[in-house]
Design a binder for this molecule. Structure first.
Ligand SMILES: [Zn+2]
Length: 573
């Protein structure tokens, strides 16, 4: 493979190469000499968007040893096949490199047997009906857990459920409903199991919501969440393996072959390692390890020092990407930390930070000293100011410039902040899909002008260069479908065809690169992934339609018909 790769590189550098026939010379002769050198799989008669440096389009591809062996026209690729080669006729379909979602919490895709799916509820009545149906399958006393959701933007009533409402549909089970962050809901039995009662004092940094008569409503805010969370039983190891195995299959069904897990718990790393070790991986995973920062620096340092590993440790299936730290809240939650007070604020409210700027500097500095890359969840423009300050302080102690520290989301980043990010060699990994069904919520909380400048994709590309950027979903906060996100990047439209910030729209090719070639840089894998070129990992998706030419409003309906990871078919519609 090394030989092919070197030759392919050399050919790329030549300005004489043809648009189609960039097959490695010599490969053909070798293949005829021995089937041993023949591809195990060839795909013929397609429109292969290689996403290489020249945006070349090919007809066919050959795969061996989990990597692309050759890419070119039908005649040359067909001639490589031997008796043992499996051939797939693409029938003219479009092929793209395996898609890379640079920020998702993908285990959620494997939880349908384990948690109530709250994402479809549009009214309080819908939500209660979903809980009621799930409870019917459970024994009395068994915990019922909800999938992460966002009642204020999802429900017509724009509010959380109360304990009494949940009791009305599941009186005999403890019920605990997580949201996308900062709030949870518990029914009476769940509060009782957690030892929370009317007289329980509010913890620092959070509270148990109470009604006018002082009774608990069951809504838990910030640190109050932990009090009930602790009482929820953990899944068994077998359950967790099954959850992740189902989840990777769901992502494969969207053409996704790599993902960055956005905030990984130690238990989840262990589960993913078990799956990889047993040869069951069908999705390449980058891990943003997320320890909860303890109060003491020394305790944080002990966690980060860990067993001596740091970012980059792992292999092509499972690799440590960095340490994830949360800073502010979210633009869809009215908690993004903003320079300006919120429009409807009567108390000079600017949003929420989870720790002080000084504390953030300490956390980042310790990670940096121990060779860990850091990615910080940050959304609001004041939050971004403070994360940039922390990154600059760390950089003065020990350079971070070649290590691709990450602003995660950075939805409301401003042009001058992009310039600071550029000087620090940062990445920005964003999710335009926040401006889908939640766009109106952003507008309500922050005003139209801010909603229009949210996720400024075109400006980011201009200021940082596309390879320092990546797109993703933040699933399950948003839908996982990459083609919905690509549609939004191209159109800036919400579900009602309202356009937010038309000047920030980008081209279809740029949007696809944010899911392929640009995204591969997140894990320093640009020589291995993100394009269809000889020597790279054989990850690809065959699509139901061509994202470059399909009518614009149909981009979001594109599906993966076939997904290949490491040369193996892992999904077929
Ligand atoms: Zn996230």
């Amino acid at each position: 493979m090394a030989v092919y790769r070197t030759k392919a590189k050399a050919m790329q550098r030549s300005s004489l190469t043809l648009a189609m026939a960039f097959l490695v010379s010599g490969a053909m002769a070798q293949a005829q000499q021995a089937d041993l050198n023949a591809p195990v799989l060839v795909l013929l008669n397609g429109k292969i968007l290689t996403m290489d440096g020249q945006s070349r389009i090919a007809e066919a591809v050959a795969i061996r040893d989990g990597r692309f062996l050759a890419v070119g026209d039908n005649t040359t690729i067909r001639s490589l096949a031997a008796s043992g080669t499996r051939t797939i006729d693409l029938g003219g379909k479009t092929v793209v490199p395996g898609l890379i979602d640079t920020h998702a919490h993908f285990k959620a895709a494997g939880m349908s047997d384990y948690v109530v799916n709250m994402s479809r509820a549009r009214t309080v009545a819908d939500a209660l009906e979903a809980i009621k149906q799930f409870a019917a399958k459970k024994k009395p006393g068994e915990w019922i857990i909800g999938s992460a959701w966002h009642p204020p933007s999802q429900l017509a009533e724009k509010r959380y459920l109360t304990r009494q409402e949940i009791d009305s549909v599941a009186p005999n089970n403890p019920v605990y409903l997580r949201t996308v962050g900062h709030f949870s809901m518990a029914n009476t039995l769940a509060l009782a199991r957690a030892g929370v009662e009317k007289g329980t004092p509010d913890p620092g940094g959070g509270h148990f919501e109470r009604d006018a008569s002082g009774e608990l409503t069951g809504v838990l805010v910030e640190t109050a969440i932990d009090h009930v969370e602790k009482a929820v039983p953990e899944w068994t190891a077998a359950d967790e393996s099954r959850q992740f195995t189902i989840a990777q299959g769901v992502l494969n069904s969207y053409g996704i072959t790599s993902v960055v897990e956005g905030a990984t718990a130690a238990r989840d790393i262990a589960t993913l390692q078990r799956i990889a070790a047993s040869g069951q991986s069908t999705l390449r995973v980058g891990l943003m390890f997320r320890p909860e920062p303890p109060a003491e620096n020394s305790a944080w340092e002990a966690i980060i020092r860990g067993n001596g590993t740091s970012s980059g440790f792992g292999d092509d299936w499972l690799k440590l990407a960095g340490i994830k730290i949360f800073y502010d809240g979210g633009m869809t939650l009215r908690t993004a930390l903003m320079r300006d007070a919120y429009p409807d604020s009567h108390d000079d409210y600017h949003g929420i930070a989870q720790q002080s700027p000084e504390r953030l500097k300490e956390l980042v500095s310790i990670c940096n000293r121990l060779d860990w890359r850091v990615g910080v969840h940050v959304v609001g423009d004041r939050g971004i100011d403070q994360v940039l300050d922390a990154f600059e302080a760390a950089d003065r102690e020990k350079s971070i410039r070649d290590r691709r520290f990450i602003l995660i989301h950075a939805s409301l980043i401003l042009p001058e902040q992009m310039e600071r990010a550029k000087r620090l060699g940062l990445r920005v990994d964003f999710q335009n899909v926040f401006m889908w069904d939640k766009a109106a919520t952003v507008e309500r909380f922050l005003g139209k002008a801010v909603a229009d400048r949210a996720v400024p994709t075109r400006t980011l590309i201009e200021k940082l260069g596309i390879d320092s950027l990546g797109a993703g979903s933040d699933f399950p906060v948003n839908p996982i479908n990459p083609f919905l996100d690509i549609y939004i990047m191209v159109t800036r439209k919400d579900p009602n065809d309202h356009v937010y910030g038309a000047t920030e729209a980008i081209s279809r090719e740029q949007a696809l690169r944010l899911y392929t070639s640009a995204a591969s840089h997140y894990m320093f894998d640009e020589d291995k992934k993100g394009s269809i070129e000889p020597g790279k990992l054989a990850d690809l998706a065959v699509l139901s339609a061509d994202p470059m030419t399909v009518p614009e409003n149909q981009i979001k309906d594109i599906k993966a018909d076939l997904t290949v990871v490491g040369g193996k078919v892992v999904f077929q519609r």
